[in-house]
Design a binder for this molecule. Structure first.
Ligand code: SF4
Length: 130
């Protein structure tokens, strides 16, 4: 049996939740077009802010909520949880350990492009490590 937890902001009667008027499978999409379409609808939804907050705070592991994917919510949580200096030290230590950009992005809560830039900068500053 699957237990569905209804977020408090969606308690009945659900006030203007645009996903209630659309195909619910769209919010569980794993392909880019489906995710993009769900996000587009979320961005027009009056509940988007509460929804994103709820899904991030409750560590909702699946689906698009409040126009955010699970990966984006995880990145937000990581950023919130790690003070700036600690994060910089974490990034430096991960790079020094030889981590790749994708793993760096995931572990440090960075966008992939930012992780690539950190790696490039670090290699310029530490040519002996290359
Ligand atoms: S923001 Fe998106 S997932 Fe959240 S209630 Fe609105 S349409 Fe549904």
């Amino acid at each position: 049996m699957i237990t569905v937890i209804v977020p408090p902001f969606l308690a009945h009667p659900a006030p203007n939740a645009l996903c209630a008027e659309s195909d619910p499978d769209l919010w569980a999409s794993e392909d880019r077009p489906g995710i993009k379409e769900a996000k587009k609808i979320c961005l027009r939804c009056p509940l988007v802010k509460d929804c994103a907050q709820w899904a991030t705070d409750t560590r909702e592991p699946h689906g698009v909520w409040g126009a955010l994917t699970a990966h984006q919510r995880e990145r937000i949580r990581t950023k919130r949880a790690t003070p700036r200096d600690d994060r910089r030290r974490l990034i430096d230590s991960l790079i020094a350990a030889g981590i790749d950009a994708q793993t760096l992005a995931r572990k440090a809560g960075l966008k992939h492009k930012t992780a690539v830039n950190y790696l490039r900068l670090w290699r310029q500053q530490h040519p002996e490590a290359a």
